[in-house]
Design a protein around this ligand. Structure first.
Ligand code: SF4
Ligand code: SF4
Ligand code: SF4
Ligand code: SF4
Length: 340
């Protein structure tokens, strides 16, 4: 490994090279198990922020901790980009917990007064706005509109979320509810245990994306599928906000594999032409822009010099997006594979 490159910080354009006497190893109580890391990079390819922006590298943080560079780590802006989704933890074959390391570093930064005291609540608020923005972009793309992002982050995020304005309170169970439930009972041969759900809301409480249930709510999605209201859900952008972190599945005492149910719902939406594969590709591209804006907002909050990997006024190619979103027919339930 080229250590020269590893220790140069590409974002702040400065060297991370502390005086040797100032180095301090990670305190024992930190449950991140960094010393097990063998630099495989699985966490790197699992992190949704890194996948979208290449700006948050959990492996780098773990390796720096193993080198005793704690003083440098607590000053890195990366630790504030993390969504605390635990996807890196679940991906690690050596049970290292980079997310726990990040949580420790954040608290250490607050304890050392390197950042303002209410930074944690500010970051939470920015994450809430991030997922609102993702919801707006997904809704616009699904309806064939051009999801242009303006420079007013807060103004964009606080626009009303339209896709959940419809009252979906079940008044009548559809006749094909059982076949819909059955269609979601497995994903690639793995049982999802969907019908075991008894709506305790633990998955909702644990989900790092669910800041507002009206924007994203795994329990609501499971309930809709269990009750057979598939058409309402498949036409909704909600399922595309999931970052597939599995936290919900670990939280469920009924052993419902919630993340597999959501993957299955996405699969059905593709099979039933609610979206096209081109939409999925465009959605990934759109996320790169939204996550980059999120990082710019955090840099602004921390007063770090903004390092923009994209245009500050990103726009989307409406022609490309409209061509990949198929028109949803009025009576879409009749097209559903499970027949009904
Ligand atoms: S907790 Fe999530 S966002 Fe944070 S480093 Fe791990 S995978 Fe990335
Ligand atoms: S997945 Fe685990 S072992 Fe691999 S680089 Fe990340 S922390 Fe290290
Ligand atoms: S935690 Fe499990 S049982 Fe509770 S609402 Fe979620 S899926 Fe259902
Ligand atoms: S629904 Fe589950 S897999 Fe999806 S983001 Fe929430 S916790 Fe993660």
């Amino acid at each position: 490994m080229d250590l020269q490159n590893f220790f140069s910080d590409p974002y702040l354009n400065r060297e991370i090279r502390p005086p040797p006497l100032n180095r301090r190893v990670l305190p024992e109580p930190t449950p991140s198990r960094c010393h097990f890391c063998y630099a495989c990079g699985s966490c790197l390819t699992a992190c949704p922020v890194n996948l979208a922006t290449n700006r948050l590298q959990p492996r780098k943080l773990v390796m720096m901790a193993n080198f005793g560079l704690i003083e440098e780590l607590v000053r890195l802006p990366e630790i504030w980009y993390c969504l605390s989704c635990n996807r890196c933890n679940n991906a690690c074959p050596m049970t290292v917990k980079p997310a726990a390391l990040v949580a420790h570093l954040r608290l250490e930064a607050v304890r050392q007064s390197l950042v303002k005291k209410d930074i944690l609540s500010d970051i939470q608020e920015l994450q809430r706005q991030l997922h609102r923005l993702r919801a707006h972009v997904a809704a616009a793309m699904l309806s064939g509109r051009d999801p242009v992002l303006s420079s007013d982050w807060r103004g964009m995020a606080e626009l009303p979320i339209e896709y959940c304005s419809k009252d979906l309170t079940p008044t009548e169970i559809p006749a094909d509810a059982r076949s819909i439930r059955k269609a979601c009972s497995t994903y690639l041969g793995y049982p999802t245990n969907l019908s075991e759900c008894f709506t305790c809301s633990e998955c909702r409480n644990a989900c790092p994306v669910c800041h507002e249930p009206s924007v994203f709510d795994p329990m609501w999605m499971l309930r809709m599928m269990n009750l057979g209201f598939a058409a309402d859900l498949l036409a909704s952008p909600m399922m595309w906000l999931c970052i597939d972190c599995e936290t919900c599945t670990h939280a469920c005492m009924q052993r419902v594999r919630v993340h597999l149910v959501i993957r299955r719902i996405q699969q059905i939406a593709l099979q039933e032409n609610y979206v096209s594969s081109a939409f999925v590709r465009s959605w990934k591209q759109a996320q790169k822009i939204v996550y980059s804006r999120f990082i710019e907002e955090i840099d602004r909050l921390l007063s770090f010099p903004a390092v923009s990997s994209t245009n500050s006024e990103p726009t989307f190619c409406s022609k490309q997006i409209q061509s990949c979103v198929p028109a949803v027919e009025e009576n879409s339930t009749s097209r559903v594979l499970w027949g009904g």
